[in-house]
Design a protein around this ligand. Structure first.
Ligand code: UTP
Length: 291
């Protein structure tokens, strides 16, 4: 079985970027010349996802517009012979089928956002992509997970080795080994346990392959940390009956969901791109820090 649908929860308030996100979605902030959300959608398209399900909210229309065609703009670019730009503009509307559902404000958490897409998923398994996590991988992260999924047929969570600071900040999985050193069977999952209580150094990143059974669990999941319905709490419950695996993908996660991480992501991506690398390298080495 192949995963064909991905849920993109984009209904959050983006408070860590206020006031920049007062009147525009965090997911539309640019990383170089593309909005953050486009990196996740491109990854999904390259991983065989055909339908992109956005869980959106008030004030998020620009996301819908970005993945639609822009006839007027395309006409102007065409008339001016700006072929390269025209291709870039068209590319974002050719990445798959887009479907939108809404999560009422105020947003009640990631678990609640995922539940909003229940009726669109008759399939046994689907993917969830958190767009803040930009996966910088040679083979798209979800594609790597899809390949593993075809062998194990269970839930899969992308994980990355972390340090003490990460154990304070992320969900951490407790695992048992499998034959594949990069694949671990999950026995427990704990949200932000801190280094004292962390059951491992494997941190949950924003890519999941989940069984549709999670919807039933989410309906019964009470508000947890931060007064929100947490996806982690539902996964924890599901572990009692379902097989779940943690997969250490090849590549790295760029955290574009908070200010410092966003700047690091900009620099990293600029250094990877031929047309920006030289200038940015020169700029970085020329910076004089005055304290
Ligand atoms: P985040 O916690 O990173 O996003 O959730 P946020 O809540 O918008 O940002 P802060 O913490 O206030 O700065 C990860 C993803 O889940 C979505 C967000 O839009 C983001 O893409 N999300 C979160 C929802 O769709 N609904 C929610 O209720 C919560």
């Amino acid at each position: 079985m192949k995963i064909k649908k991905a849920i993109f929860p984009v209904a959050g308030l983006g408070t860590r970027f206020l006031p920049a996100t007062k009147a525009q979605p965090k997911e539309m902030l640019p990383l170089l010349d593309k909005p953050i959300i486009q990196y996740g959608v491109e990854e999904a398209a390259e991983s065989g996802i055909e339908q992109m399900i956005f869980v959106t909210a008030q004030g998020k229309h620009s996301i819908e517009n970005h993945f639609d065609s822009a006839a007027e703009l395309e006409k102007i670019l065409e008339e001016k012979g700006k072929t390269e730009l025209l291709e870039k503009v068209r590319a974002s509307s050719n990445l798959g089928k887009f479907v939108y559902v809404r999560q009422k404000q105020p947003p009640m958490g990631l678990g609640h956002a995922v539940l909003m897409a229940e009726e669109l998923i008759p399939e046994d398994y689907f993917a969830v992509i958190l767009p803040d996590d930009v996966m910088n991988c040679e083979t798209p992260c979800l594609k790597q997970m899809n390949e593993v999924f075809e062998k194990v047929n269970g839930g899969i969570i992308a994980v990355e080795k972390t340090d003490e600071a990460g154990q304070e900040r992320y969900g951490i999985v407790k695992v048992e080994p499998t034959d594949n050193p990069k694949l671990h069977k999950i026995v427990d999952i704990v949200e932000k346990p801190g280094s004292q209580n962390a059951p491992s150094n494997l941190a949950v990143m924003g890519r999941y392959i989940l069984p549709k059974k999670i919807f039933e669990i989410l309906k019964k999941t009470e508000r947890g940390a931060g007064g929100e319905i947490q996806l982690t709490d539902a996964i924890k419950e599901l572990l009692k009956t379902e097989n779940f695996y943690a997969y250490e993908y090849s590549g790295e996660r760029l955290d574009a969901g908070e200010v410092a991480g966003y700047i690091k992501a900009q620099v990293k991506l600029a250094l990877q791109r031929e047309d920006t690398r030289g200038e940015i390298e020169e700029f970085i080495s020329s910076i004089k820090i005055e304290k």
